[in-house]
Design a protein around this ligand. Sequence first.
Ligand SMILES: *Cc1c(COP(=O)(O)O)cnc(C)c1O
Length: 362
Amino acid sequence: MADRVFNFSPGPATLPYEVLEKAGRDVVNFKETGIGLIEISHRSKEFMAVAEEAEKNLRDLMQIPDNYKVLFLQGGASSQFFMVPMNLLGKGKKATYLNTGTWAKKAIKEAQLFGEVEVAYSSEKANFNRVPKQGEYTVADDSEYLYYVSNNTIYGTEFAEVPQTDKMLISDMSSDILSRPVDVSRFGLIFAGAQKNLGPAGVTIVIIRDDLLDRTPANTPTMLSYKTHADKGSMFNTPPCFAVYVVGEVLKWLKKMGGVAAMEKINREKAALLYGAIDSSDYYRGHAEKDSRSLMNVTFNLATPELEAKFIAGAAAIGLNGLKGHRSIGGCRASIYNAFPVEGVVKLVEFMKDFAAKNPVA
Ligand SMILES: *Cc1c(COP(=O)(O)O)cnc(C)c1O
């Protein structure tokens, strides 16, 4: 293996090394065709097979029911902030949102362009250090859907459970899709940008219940209607071929690792190591409340910003990269998605102990 550092970047993020190596070869010469992967037609039988296999593996891994479509779209997860209400809301209609951080807020802003938005919960005053428990908010009877961000990448909070409601659920799972099993049948729509837990930037996965495809208002631009892409198997226009291919390879890797339940077990072990290190002394303070802690993004602070800067630089010097927290909360963040190796977490925990011993706080 080439010299690799442990990359704690929040996204784009660490991918399985074997996937990177294979992608490198396939980009140059795809399956001995003499053509590079990113040079072949998206309608060639070779690429069609790639896209079909990726969809099939996603369906297997997430046990996606037959009455759901899987779409490979562009425009990032951020485009789903407006595509969801553009297709599923409308003047005079209401939707309920849980404001648990930056990505939720941005989605709320877009939804307000299309209909009435009820913000049923917000942890903004506490700098988004938690997600609501069941019963801490109510959803209006006339709401079309309840929207929530299952993992708040920036703050390091995550819903431990899918919210209980008889309303249709819509979730932004950009930073925790495939990190643990979810019952897709409880959702109207799930979306995720690939670059956190699934692959490279450039493709966004949308899983949508098929009865929702007929709700889109007639004056919706063709490219922004889910039905356009559903009807054409995400081949209405040129899909992001390379990103779809890499997602497909990551899904194969995930299957080899034992699937989503096996992944969840490893993810819990990794997170427990880090939270254990945080909780073992007062030196590190976790940002998230304990029962809201994310398995994917572990956020913590040291006594001062200066000490944090020293910590981040010292970690980078021994090959632990990307630990700087998001500018909106500062501090440190260790993103430990599916492909992030346990050894990197062990090394970080050792460094945390070592750093605390060598840099006592007066
Ligand atoms: C990163 C992220 C986004 C934004 O994704 P883009 O693909 O950059 O638009 C949205 N939601 C969550 C939860 C994220 O982590």
